[in-house]
Design a protein around this ligand. Sequence first.
Ligand code: NAD
Ligand code: TYD
Length: 338
Amino acid sequence: MKKILVTGGAGFIGSNFINYILSNRKDIFIVNLDKLTYAGNLQNLKDVEQNPNYTFVKGDIVNDELVSYLFQKYEITHVINFAAESHVDRSILGSEIFFRTNVLGTNVLLENAKRFGVEKFIQISTDEVYGSLGPEGQFEETTTLQPNSPYAASKAAADMMALAFHHTYQVPVVITRCSNNYGPYQFPEKLIPLMIINSLNNKKLPVYGDGMNVRDWIYVIDHNKAVELVLDKGKVGEVYNVGANTEKPNIEIVKLLLKHTGKTEELIEYVKDRPGHDRRYAIDSTKIKNELGWVAHHSFESAIQDTIKWYIDHQKWWKEIISGDYQNYYQLQYSSHS
Ligand code: NAD
Ligand code: TYD
């Protein structure tokens, strides 16, 4: 039995991971440690609440005493660190919490992995650590790290610390660097859910700059299958890029979402660009394909329609979110972009 400390399991990717893994595997026990920030939502985990192979702990990964207690109490054998402050725009509004959670928090987890010993420590990172691409080329695992936003810088710092713990103390670290995810339960501050919900609400769709920034999209389940493979077969000390070769300019995504929600392009509003906005991301996942046999099973065309349908069918989920503190964030963020 793998006894896995999953951090940030009430967020978008972490909750999809827990739901997926517990419905497919009987050899895994999960302790989900989540601080339940604005982005954490236990509604995402309703289906696993009663699962005997699952337990939830509300707490902060920066809290060394709590983390060390959990390692001992549950005899943790693996760590998957999803917990993070994850939104670039919020990191531009204020960077401190990004440093605290993403850097210090990862450090606390690494220290405990070193102290108690684990079989594997998976650091969930991002392609944003590589910086921005011009019109050609893709990020490879060997690409120099050149993070541009405070968010990306904090994730790069965590990656470096994780690799240093492997190099210095032989902590069995593996890093995944994935491209932009979409799918159910994504907090509506990120491009795709924000645009779907605004469209359903007949609100303006705020496109930054000229709308020609490019992101490389992957369905969240394909990302989580890669994490599962890394858990089972990933080689320690290695970095694996994960991406589905689906580059799209933002404006193309926005127009597609409008079409599928039956709205006109009159809702599009070009707004002031994000400061330091990375132009293009594109990821080369040859290594995880060749070495671990990973493939993306979902095409963008069908998974984006499933995602839109999910938001249409789960209005209660997002209406609760957007009726709360979200309004203050939206006001602060988008008044500075007008
Ligand atoms: P999210 O913001 O939806 O969820 C983050 C979760 O972490 C929330 O449940 C939150 O409550 C929890 N959390 C935050 N601070 C914490 C703390 N100090 N202690 C414990 N829990 C804390 O993020 P996400 O989109 O699910 O991203 C998960 C991970 O994947 C992050 O590490 C992110 O950098 C990485 N990633 C995300 C994407 C993407 O497209 N969303 C792409 C590549 C990598
Ligand atoms: P986002 O979902 O924030 O992911 P990231 O910045 O981590 O890639 O943004 C994806 C792209 O969409 C990015 O180029 C910024 C752009 N964007 C907008 O044009 N308008 C918005 O309101 C948001 C949230 C993002």
